[in-house]
Design a protein around this ligand. Sequence first.
Ligand code: SF4
Ligand code: FES
Length: 385
Amino acid sequence: MSMPQPEGASRTHGGIEPPVGLLAELTHRCPLQCPYCSNPLALVRRSEELSTAEWKRVFDEAAELGVLQLHLSGGEPTARPDLEELIAHARSRELYCNLITAGVGISEARLDALVAAGLEHVQVSIQDVDPEGCDRIAGYPDALRKKLAFARAVRARGLPLTVNAVVHRHNLDRLERMIELALELGADRIEVAHVQYYGWALANRAALLPTRAQLERSLAVVERARRELEGRLVIDFVIPDYYARRPKPCMNGWGRAVITVSPDGRVMPCHAAHVIPGLVFANVRDEPLARIWYESEAFNRFRGTAWMKEPCRSCPRREIDFGGCRCQAMLLAGDPEATDPACELSPEHARILALAEAESQAPPPPFLYRTLAAGRAPREPAPAA
Ligand code: SF4
Ligand code: FES
């Protein structure tokens, strides 16, 4: 997901800006089973989720802290029957409400209720323009038809729409058609994001990494589409880190713009931060959001640049990309203070590039589907494309 830039923040606390966005992971429950899900392998169960009253208090505290944008996410946020009530409450606190959804199983009446509650923007994921490919990735029957009907219903109600297209070796060659589809649906924006390898996606990396040739073709498609569709469709493009030369400024910097609350109330600088050993995440059930943002060890651990080692410490880009992604540094270099191996100045860069080349050219293994019940246990493996 692209994250908002920290503009408009008005209050600082010891030099720390308040967050602009709250990513509220309302639930890990989801009808889809995408093998690139970035949620943790151990998912939060329904009985552990924050209650309606607890989420309302989180929104109150977020608004007081200075948050402007609320991203309602999951899992699938519409799995929460109290979503309308939560949106209405958030709107009463003047939070801008963006729904990030799979777009299946949502009736028109439910959508009307969400709009009436104050929903302002919708992001819907499209796994593929090919119906079979879409079903196979989503692990859900008739997914594409349902998603398209939902997206059209959103536009029919006048809400702005973003299409989230996660791309990988199985669908990247249809990128042109995905962009055309976003245009046909009347979307304002399409986020074409290569899979980021955390959580379930890391477990499925060998099945998902595209080849360099595929990536290069997709770059050309995006460049051409941006030229041709300027003023009609915004195209965001996140390239796969493994082929990058410089890392992405993950989360626009640790503890800088976005605060994430997991379904069970743990407050994290990003949705994957649990992969970093030794970080303790405070819970909104025990502490106010503002204290967690400004004072907790987890949020201050990688704020700013003082924690950096070389080559980041003396690099002119250190306040542009913040040394890349801390979670990826942990997962690939075994050190959360290391330069993100996506950076070609990282001593690990050549190794991960070689790994990407090798994995992407080998026959893809079957997908390990995301399931709530089974942890890492796969469902019926899908045939390789
Ligand atoms: Fe960014 Fe660090 Fe690489 Fe410089 S060395 S470009 S700060 S990741
Ligand atoms: Fe955690 Fe990038 S996903 S810092």
